[in-house]
Design a protein around this ligand. Structure first.
Ligand SMILES: [Zn+2]
Length: 162
């Protein structure tokens, strides 16, 4: 039941938030996403602009998490709120409010209207990957698992700034 529900949500979010906007780009992105066979990059990114997708993939490549997401979905704010409600997830205000994860399907939802910068995207993405790695909904477990990932992001920034 949950899976069917998820599929419906995915279809909805996909059709409403991105397909209508740039069907050509989306189609190409999907082909690229499904062609990428390596385990590190075999997750799907939906609803993102080409730049957002590039950024997310680059950040995850740097973080090298133990557990990779299966898909990362950028959704408009209203859809994000709606999806959280459907999954009966509590999204703490001002905390992980720009993204949340559905553990069973290893899906990370990102509020495309709310994340503020590339750095904050990486910072909170690390938190969500922490949830996946710990396979836990606990915020402290996620933050603990995110520490190493954030350190890798930070190192990468230092290196590329030189
Ligand atoms: Zn969290």
């Amino acid at each position: 039941m949950k899976l069917r529900l998820l599929a419906a949500v995915l279809m909805l979010g996909f059709v409403e938030s991105s397909w209508a906007q740039s069907s050509e780009n989306r189609r190409q992105d999907i082909e690229i996403a499904t062609d990428a066979g390596s385990s590190a990059n075999s997750f799907t990114v939906l609803g993102a602009t080409p730049r957002q997708e590039e950024l997310v993939r680059a950040q995850i490549q740097v973080m090298q998490p133990d557990v990779y997401p299966q898909r990362i979905i950028f959704v408009r704010h209203w859809k994000y709120v709606e999806t959280a409600r459907i999954f009966q997830l509590h999204v703490p205000a001002g905390y992980t409010s720009a993204m949340f994860s559905h553990l069973a399907s290893r899906t990370v939802f990102i509020d495309a209207d709310r994340y503020v910068s590339d750095d904050s995207l990486g910072y909170w993405l690390a938190h969500e990957l922490g949830h996946l790695a710990a396979h836990s909904a606990s915020e402290s477990e996620a933050d603990k698992a995110a520490r190493g990932l954030r350190a890798r992001l930070k190192n990468e920034r230092k290196t590329s700034a030189n």
